[in-house]
Design a protein around this ligand. Structure first.
Ligand SMILES: Nc1ncnc2c1ncn2[C@@H]1O[C@H](COP(=O)(O)OP(=O)(O)O)[C@@H](O)[C@H]1O
Ligand SMILES: Cc1cn([C@H]2C[C@H](O)[C@@H](COP(=O)(O)OP(=O)(O)O)O2)c(=O)[nH]c1=O
Length: 717
């Protein structure tokens, strides 16, 4: 395909984003998104009800004893621990298996185990069942998060996340009401089902089981892109390798790394607020009803923040919003902590909610948009486990800290019945303030890391608007030092791809067009000795702009497989690193020159420069003659780029391997990509026809991967 994300947003690009009614309408018409939304609604509503029911059941079994209190905390632990400990491992399987089938299997499994729970009188069985359900949930969560961005367009992602959060957390109050009603209903129903007479709580539990079982067929109706990641792997890596690959990806991806740390810090602050809020309400003499008001203030702020995020993300890159969101929340938490009364505390608490809301949506959106599809399950698995660990840690640590510092003393007087808290600073205020300060420091560090990452990858500094323009062919670029064997492999690959029935265009840079070839002469002639580095960079970019316009884009749009000897990466390493002009600068220049056209596959033939230069015969050209030091820098920059880049995009091959060996590896990869694209396009054509029959015009929005694959496939004979 070759996708083009066009530099800065033009006005037409801005319009489709935001929270315009059109985006909501498009999402509601999107059948896949609707199915996922309904499934989320059913299962989260059921899940909240089930949670309340299981706590009740624990007391049912043990009575109001001390053992019951312990059992309740064990049940809580059974809910938190699996995804905390298993998150990253679960992610491996989410990335490995078909995500849709995995989700269905988890739902059916959870439904069955849940339905059986009321029949046991053993607390151990209950614990075990909770554990099994949570293990399944820790697979379900990352699978859903990984599929989610493939169902909607990128410009709809923020609004889609808003709706998802509303469905996930908005069901909590509804669940409370339904739990009470269902328990009350159990009495009258016991005439029909006698079992309910002895165990009323079975009804809400069965409701939960039914909700899981209802969610499964909804997911089954969803069209998700075929999981393409497994195909093309020549040797199946072990789960352990994949786990390491996931951690390596997160560790090396500066944005995702910073984001996960930021999310964890924010969760720790949130955990502190949750476990301390009630105490704080007392300290400001607000009591239980005042606590409700504080919660409401945070809630209103949160909703406002969620709403504002759609408006904000069409104006600023989400990377620029995340840290400020957490920072604002942190500062407001500190402010709230020192407020003398409820009336003063409500406003900062509300703003804190808004900051958290923006950070929450934006953080989710960045992870969905930036994590490579192949690794998205592991990314979300790791994040879930980080979040749970933070909440778990902070809810345990906060009360401990309060105890250590000592709570604010209450003054008992005759004047105020029950006494009151004078304005003093003690454990509760200090603990909350510490959490706010922690969030603030985390925000500053995360913000700096994100800022640096965006400076290095200017292409990321865009609002989330307009989707990439996908072209139809497959764009394969060969990179490597002089003499690495690019021409040799290109010739062989061309024959193989043509034999497989595809139209192929082979071209090269600098050159590929009459104008470009003249620029090439100018660039490579030994007589151009003395050319300034910036001139050199501009000339390469100039030749490339002509090449994109005249040759590459038209060919890709016509569905041709384009094999190009060198492209933007050459400029980044030769001019950016080799000449020292700065990789980010050269990247930016070339994004402009190419309108953001990006290869689907970059084959890097990796070779020590001295070996490569020895292979080339004849007079060295101006660049070949640039000296071994220069070429070593270039080779190192190539490796670094491939290492840090999208692993699906870069294929690094050891160029000292025999020609035929390299060819087989290359041919397998490229033909597999073409086959995947065809398969996805076929599946999609079916699905499209299906949707067309069902709803007006078959509007189905797809994520970039799917859109890409579809388009890739369509052009091929
Ligand atoms: N895998 C290989 N092992 C050994 N020699 C090779 C290999 N691939 C290519 N060569 C030889 O190296 C030289 C340079 O190869 P070429 O394909 O022109 O490289 P490039 O296009 O990268 O400059 C040629 O003489 C070629 O025969
Ligand atoms: C495309 C491109 C090439 N180059 C250099 C790399 C090569 O030394 C030279 C291109 O010459 P070429 O003969 O195409 O090299 P090779 O035969 O090794 O493929 O130009 C840049 O410095 N920047 C660029 O953007």
């Amino acid at each position: 395909m070759g996708q083009a994300d066009n530099g800065a947003a033009s006005p037409e690009q801005v319009s489709p984003g935001g929270a315009s009614p059109r985006v909501y309408a498009a999402l509601f018409r999107n059948r896949d998104f609707r199915n996922l939304g309904l499934s989320t609604f059913a299962s989260t509503l059921g899940d909240w009800i089930g949670f309340l029911a299981i706590l009740t059941l624990t007391e049912d079994i043990l009575g109001a004893t001390r053992a019951a209190a312990f059992a309740v905390s064990a049940v809580m632990a059974a809910r938190v621990l699996p995804s905390m400990l298993l998150g990253p491992v679960a992610g491996v399987f989410v990335d490995r298996w078909d995500r849709k089938r995995l989700m269905i299997a988890c739902d059916v499994g959870r439904g069955i185990v849940m339905a059986l729970i009321p029949f046991s009188d053993e607390i151990l069985t209950l614990l075990l069942a909770t554990l099994v359900i949570e293990v399944l949930s820790s697979l379900f969560g990352p699978a859903k998060d990984a599929v989610f961005p493939t169902l909607v367009k990128r410009s709809e992602l923020v609004v889609a996340n808003q709706l998802n959060l509303v469905v996930t957390y908005g069901t909590l109050p509804l669940a409370g009401v339904m739990f009470a009603s269902l328990t009350a209903l159990a009495g009258p129903l016991s005439g029909v089902i006698p079992f309910l007479g002895e165990r009323a709580v079975a009804l809400p539990i069965w409701f939960n089981a039914a909700s899981f079982l209802l969610s499964a067929p909804l997911i089954a109706r969803m069209r998700t892109p075929a999981s393409r990641h497994r195909v093309g792997d020549h040797s199946a890596p072990s789960a352990w390798d994949e786990l390491r690959e996931g951690f390596r990806f997160i560790g090396r991806h500066p944005i995702i790394r910073a984001l996960i740390v930021g999310v964890m810090v924010a969760s720790a602050a949130a955990g502190t607020v949750i476990s301390t809020g009630q105490f704080f309400a007392n300290v400001v003499n607000a009591g239980p009803s005042g606590f409700g008001i504080l919660v409401a203030a945070v809630g209103v702020g949160l909703v406002a923040g969620l709403g504002a995020s759609a408006w904000l993300t069409v104006r600023l890159a989400p990377e620029r919003l995340f840290a400020p969101g957490i920072g604002v929340a942190g500062v407001m938490l500190v402010t709230t902590a020192f407020m003398p009364s409820l009336a003063f505390a409500a406003a900062p608490a509300g703003i804190m909610g808004a900051g958290a809301g923006v950070a929450f949506i934006v953080g989710y959106t960045i992870l969905q948009a930036r994590a490579d599809d192949r690794l998205r399950g592991r990314t979300f698995g790791a994040m879930n486990s980080g979040v749970r660990a933070s909440i778990f840690g902070s809810t345990t640590a906060a009360p401990l800290l309060i105890g250590l510092i000592g709570r604010e003393p209450r003054v008992v007087t005759e004047a105020v019945p029950g006494g009151f808290y004078p304005y003093t600073i003690g454990g509760v205020r200090l603990t909350l303030a510490a959490a706010g300060a922690l969030a603030f420091v985390g925000a500053v560090l995360t913000g700096r890391a994100l800022h640096r990452a965006v400076a290095e990858h200017p292409e990321l500094d865009q609002p989330l608007t307009g989707d990439e323009v996908a072209t139809e062919g497959l764009f394969v670029v060969f990179e490597g030092g002089d003499g690495a064997g690019k021409s040799t492999q290109i010739k062989l690959l061309r024959t193989a791809v043509e034999r497989a029935g595809h139209r192929v265009l082979v071209t090269r840079e600098p050159g590929g067009t009459p104008i470009g070839e003249r620029v090439r002469e100018l660039l490579l002639a030994r007589s151009s000795e003395g050319m300034a580095d910036r001139t050199e960079a501009l000339l390469y970019a100039a030749a490339r702009a002509q090449h994109v316009e005249e040759v590459l884009r038209p060919a890709l749009e016509a569905g041709t497989v384009v094999i190009c000897d060198r492209f933007v990466d050459s400029s980044i390493v030769y001019q950016g690193a080799g000449r020292g002009l700065g990789e980010a600068e050269i990247d930016r220049l070339n994004r402009w020159a190419t309108g953001g056209l990006t290869p689907d596959l970059v084959v890097l033939l990796d070779l020590e420069p001295d070996q490569g230069l020895r292979r080339v015969d004849g007079e060295p050209d101006r660049l070949e003659a640039a000296g071994l030091g220069f070429h070593r820098t270039v080779a190192a920059a190539y490796r670094e780029r491939a290492k840090r880049g999208d692993p699906h995009r870069y294929l690094v091959l050891d160029a000292t391997r025999p020609v035929e060996d390299l060819h087989v590896a290359l041919r397998t990869t490229v033909l597999q990509r073409l086959a995947d694209a065809d398969a996805d396009a076929d599946a999609d054509a079916d699905a499209g026809a299906d949707a067309g029959a069902e709803e007006d015009g078959g509007t189905f929005a797809v994520g970039e991967e799917l859109a890409r694959d579809t388009l890739e496939g369509r052009g091929h004979p």
